[in-house]
Write a protein that binds this ligand. Structure first.
Ligand SMILES: [Zn+2]
Length: 171
């Protein structure tokens, strides 16, 4: 039977990865990557990749390469996503199935489960639900996005998750 995405593991690994950071947002995935010996590089991608790819993990050089022409929120999410792969998916990173982070969701239907898990890792790392629950009544989506240094769609997704599973903020 095919494996299904392990959301619990992604959440536990994200919490562990944040352990040495300051306890208040924004949470900096680049600091954690550098701490683990992974260099984060901002680069101009050649066409057509500049419009298609947000970033990727370069296994041989142990580098996360980020498209410098995307928004800060997208950069931060991309770094957190690739950090998730580095911590959870060493085998996958070296496989033929590995995918970069795409700028649009047109590949959504055929995403390997590792991609779903890395997205979950990034969402949990950047926007912990216990903190989101604390701030959601006193800040609007724009303010929350700035507070957590993510794009507004990440906040909207996390608010939807919190709404569906309020118990997750207690775990
Ligand atoms: Zn990925």
């Amino acid at each position: 039977m095919a494996r299904t995405p392990d959301f619990k593991r992604a959440s536990i690994e994200a919490k562990r990865a944040r352990a040495n950071l300051p306890k208040l947002p924004p949470f900096d995935p680049e600091a954690v990557a550098e701490d683990k010996g992974i260099e984060v590089v901002y680069a101009s991608f050649a066409a057509p990749h500049d419009r298609e790819i947000s970033g990727f993990y370069h296994k041989a050089d142990n580098k996360i390469v980020v498209n410098r022409d995307i928004s800060t929120g997208r950069m931060v999410f991309t770094i957190a996503h690739e950090l998730g792969h580095a911590l959870m998916h060493q085998e996958y990173i070296e496989s033929q199935n590995y995918q970069p982070v795409y700028r649009s969701n047109h590949h959504e239907g055929e995403k390997p489960i590792e991609e779903v898990e890395a997205d979950q890792f990034a969402a949990n790392f950047l926007v912990p639900l216990d903190l989101l629950e604390k701030y959601r009544d006193v800040a609007d989506i724009g303010e929350l996005a700035r507070m957590f240094a993510v794009s507004e769609d990440v906040i909207e997704n996390r608010l939807a998750t919190l709404h569906r599973n309020p118990w997750l903020a207690k775990s």
